[in-house]
Design a protein around this ligand. Structure first.
Ligand code: ATP
Ligand code: MG
Length: 432
């Protein structure tokens, strides 16, 4: 139904006939002159109808248009330095394809602000806004870059199950479901499965998968359904063996966004600084000291709160790793350091004051893993399906998980992670 998107119509096409299709963004009626702004996913273009020049049927079509109706416009391209994009269309025909009722549930032009709830309740219309569309174009680009990076490094994409019988980390944050005659759960992480795969010889895998966390808190950084990017890799010497890939993919994603989607970044006012590698690494204990020097006291063994992550971001002004976490704080599968088992080989990657990713070298020795489960008060019998994979030849391995919503929130400098999900799931929202 169209020959071009608005963005493809440049002044060089002056004099050619094109057909466009999209939504009525705005109509301005100056009597003899009528301006119509047509919007499609590539942007907006001005359609100018002049009484006495433009076909009378096309003129009367403009008169009866409601905002956000869908139109098809055929016309001549005219270079017009004053019009947005330097071109306008002189229409020869305008057809109404689908009319929009009024009043609209929210304003698409950005002149009237709507609160986030109203926007999410009317997401189909909210995503008509170019700045909102930009977020989802960037999201697609992030996923493309992630896949490209790992496929390029010989990783294989695997698809573990989303329905599970038992908690992966003994967590309480699971959503129970009815599975025929029994109870099952939605998976909160592909953790145990991606580790079991390390015993198969597939060696290097990546995953893109929704995960579900029944975390009752309602914060600007937490969702209950997350799209998780996971990686697991075998035959590593230590956690650096997977941190290198995490910083590599972050750099790759940022570079790809800067190269391929400058327009979207500009719409959001987001400048991308492609970081130099290696990223800064700081030990947990040193992070605590640094924060104490900056008037934020955190007890040893406590998590670094969002305030601390923001403070460290201010100090470093770049993404950074926190390493050498107290073993007691991290998941049971994190490998304690051989020389100092109080600390483990877990790490976090923080960016723009937000935790982007957590990872670790894992315990690969069966008996040590059983001990670690017990020390966390978990019953090894419940993990038999997992432990089995550690009895018949399990190489050293490690990996991490990265929430795509967090990385987008950081890059686009958004204040609420919900902005990065089409239909977010949170404590109060499962509709639409
Ligand atoms: P946080 O401390 O910020 O609550 P977490 O340490 O509980 O996160 P992990 O279990 O380490 O989260 O999950 C790995 C990654 O998944 C996180 O670094 C983050 O990018 C993302 N993630 C985890 N939970 C959420 C959530 N509720 N909403 C959005 N993203 C999340
Ligand atoms: Mg974490």
């Amino acid at each position: 139904m169209r020959t071009h998107y608005s963005g493809d119509v440049s002044p060089e096409l002056d004099g050619e006939t094109v057909t466009l299709a999209g939504w009525v963004h705005e109509v301005r009626d100056l009597g003899k002159l009528k301006f119509l702004v047509l919007r499609d996913r590539a942007g907006m273009i001005q359609v100018t109808a002049k009484e006495g020049v433009t076909d009378a049927k096309a003129i009367s079509a403009v008169d009866s248009l409601s905002r956000e109706s869908v139109l098809q416009v055929t016309g001549l391209v005219k270079s017009a330095p004053k019009a947005p994009g330097g071109v306008e269309i002189n229409p020869t025909s305008i057809s109404l394809i689908a009319s929009a009722q009024s009043p609209l549930p929210l304003d698409v032009t950005g002149k009237v602000d709507s609160d986030l709830d109203t926007r999410l309740n009317n997401r189909f219309m909210d995503v008509r806004k170019p700045q909102v569309q930009a977020i989802f174009k960037l999201r697609s680009k992030v996923l493309e870059a992630y896949r490209e990076f790992f496929l390029g490094r010989g990783f294989i994409e695997i698809n573990p199950p989303s329905i599970i019988a038992a908690a992966s980390e003994g967590g309480t944050n699971l959503f129970p479901i009815t599975y025929f005659e029994r109870e099952a759960f939605l998976c909160q992480s592909p953790q145990l499965y991606k580790q079991m795969i390390m015993s198969t010889g597939l060696d290097r895998v990546f995953i893109t998968q929704p995960v579900f966390r029944a975390e009752p808190h309602n914060t600007p950084r937490h969702l209950n359904e997350i799209f998780m990017l996971d990686v697991e890799k075998a035959f590593i010497e230590d956690e650096e063996g997977v941190m290198e890939e995490l910083e590599g993919v972050l750099q790759y994603i940022l570079k790809k966004l800067a190269d391929d989607t400058p327009g979207e970044l500009e719409l959001l006012g987001a400048e991308v600084d492609v970081p130099k590698l290696p990223l800064k690494r700081i030990d947990y204990d040193d992070a605590l000291d640094l924060l104490a020097e900056n008037n934020l006291k955190i007890e040893w063994g406590e998590d670094i709160p969002p305030e601390g992550e923001r403070k460290l971001h201010e100090l470093f002004n770049a993404p950074y790793f926190i390493k050498r976490w107290p073993t007691q704080m991290r998941a049971f599968y994190s490998r304690p350091l051989d020389d100092e088992p109080r600390y483990c080989s877990a790490f976090d990657l923080d960016f723009m004051g937000l935790e982007l990713s957590s990872g670790a070298q894992r315990i690969h020795d069966h008996d040590q893993l059983v001990e670690a489960l017990e020390s966390k008060g978990l019953n090894p019998e419940n993990f038999e399906f997992y432990l089995k994979a550690f009895r018949y030849g399990m190489p050293p391995h490690g990996g991490w998980g990265l929430g795509v919503e967090r990385i987008l929130t950081s890059i686009c400098k958004l204040t609420n992670v919900r902005e990065t999900v089409l239909w977010p799931r949170d404590r109060h929202r499962i509709e639409p």
